[in-house]
Ligand binder design. Structure first.
Ligand SMILES: *Cc1c(COP(=O)(O)O)cnc(C)c1O
Length: 389
């Protein structure tokens, strides 16, 4: 029976020990895994997921999480990494070698840009940046040595929504692979594989955990040969994850769709209110008609989650918008998102992007699970800081 995503998130194929029926996946800690004799040890293949070899390669807890994440994303294979960024690193190191070229969107998650620049400086791999709205025009940038194209759906600060099917078509015509950082939509609001992507990366730190208390990442594929490369890199890098953390992510999955929908509804309410304010020049929210790439969002996405950015009118200085943030009470100041608490962070885009034309201050909001009307009241009182000089 084919299950809908909402049902998949609640139902696990995990089998508890005989005589102990319960919903949670047990937390299995181990470094050493025991073999019954030498022959069994010699016969053991660490890549065979029907049994266990060593704690670094996984326990029943992490195997269950891998299987569930692959199923949710519509893939067949998954590897876990100690953070979302480690999952990005894993993709690059598994697929790129000296002489190769990687293309990254200019609005990419900034540590991914740092990694690209490092690969270029010290490892003989070229990393080039493209306009996230380039669409089919990406074909003109692809070189014979372009092996990998990163996409972000959408960029998590400036929110341009890329035309991923067009990028995939051009990449595949030239023999390049496409990886998507699908963290913004948690694998709920964007079906990356159905739109042509080869590799999906998730920062489980965000919606999957939902608790602001775990760092973890995942790389998901539908291709056995790609999975083989990812697993070899994963083994060579020693990227293990803690089983207590894996348990927390597993626990978060059952409520993820409901939380995501609540973040989404709250964010649209708060963003619409901000959009009507005279202090605000632009709201960058993919579900809003004036967001760059909105038509693509409407075509390819089914939801939006809790994250959006606001650009203030250019008459307000950084000092003023900093003071606004400092006066927020419910919104806390901090990185990451996907947890129950609302957050607000300023970004100096001019230092991160080549082609950023806006001159107003950009604030990124993560709408948590509080009552959106309380969040609006909080912003309204803090906005008064803009009028006093
Ligand atoms: C948070 C985030 C990451 C990295 O996740 P960490 O677990 O914090 O390393 C990667 N991509 C995006 C879009 C993110 O928001």
């Amino acid at each position: 029976m084919k299950k809908s995503l909402r049902t998949l998130l609640v139902h696990s194929d995990y089998t508890p020990p005989v005589g102990f029926g319960a919903f949670p996946t047990a937390i299995h800690h181990a470094s050493t895994v025991l073999f019954k004799n030498v022959e069994a040890m010699r016969a053991r293949n660490w890549q065979d997921k029907t049994a266990y070899t060593y704690g670094l390669h996984g326990t029943p807890t992490s195997f269950t999480l891998e299987a569930r994440l692959a199923e949710i994303e519509g893939g067949t294979h998954c590897v876990l990494a100690p953070s979302g960024l480690a999952a990005i690193t894993l993709v690059d190191l598994a697929l790129l070698k000296t002489g190769d070229d990687v293309l990254l969107p200019d609005n990419v998650y900034n540590p991914n840009r740092e990694l690209g620049n490092w690969l270029q400086r010290d490892f003989g791999i070229s990393a080039r940046y493209y306009d996230p709205l380039v669409g089919a025009g990406i074909a003109a940038l692809i070189q014979p040595n372009t092996r990998l194209i990163w996409t972000e759906a959408p960029g998590s600060v400036t929110m341009e929504v890329p035309d991923i099917p067009a990028i995939c078509a051009a990449a595949h015509a030239h023999g390049a692979l496409v990886a998507t950082d699908n963290t913004w939509s948690a694998g709920i609001a964007f079906d990356a594989f159905a739109h042509g992507v080869d590799i999906v990366m998730q920062a489980l730190t965000k919606y999957q955990s939902g608790g602001s208390d775990v760092l973890m990442g995942a790389v998901i594929t539908r291709d056995a040969a790609l999975q083989q490369k990812l697993e070899m890199a994963h083994m060579r890098l020693g990227f293990g994850v803690g089983m207590d953390d894996a348990f927390l992510v597993l626990r978060g999955l059952a409520t993820m769709k409901l939380r995501f929908d609540a973040h989404d509804a709250g964010a649209r309410t708060v963003a619409a209110w901000l959009k009507a304010r005279p202090e605000v020049s632009r709201v960058l929210h993919p579900a809003f008609a004036d967001c760059p790439g909105h038509a693509i969002w409407e075509r390819d996405f089914t939801g939006a989650g809790g994250l959006f950015s606001v650009i203030f009118d250019e008459r307000f200085s950084e000092e003023q918008t900093d003071r606004l943030i400092d006066h927020l009470k419910l919104f806390k100041i901090g990185f990451s998102w996907g947890g129950a608490n609302s957050l607000c962070v300023p970004y100096r885009i001019q230092t991160m992007r080549r082609d950023w034309q806006e001159s107003g201050q950009l604030l990124r909001f993560n709408i948590g699970l509080e009552d959106p009307l309380d969040l609006i009241a909080d912003i309204e009182q803090a906005l008064q800081q803009l009028s006093c000089v």
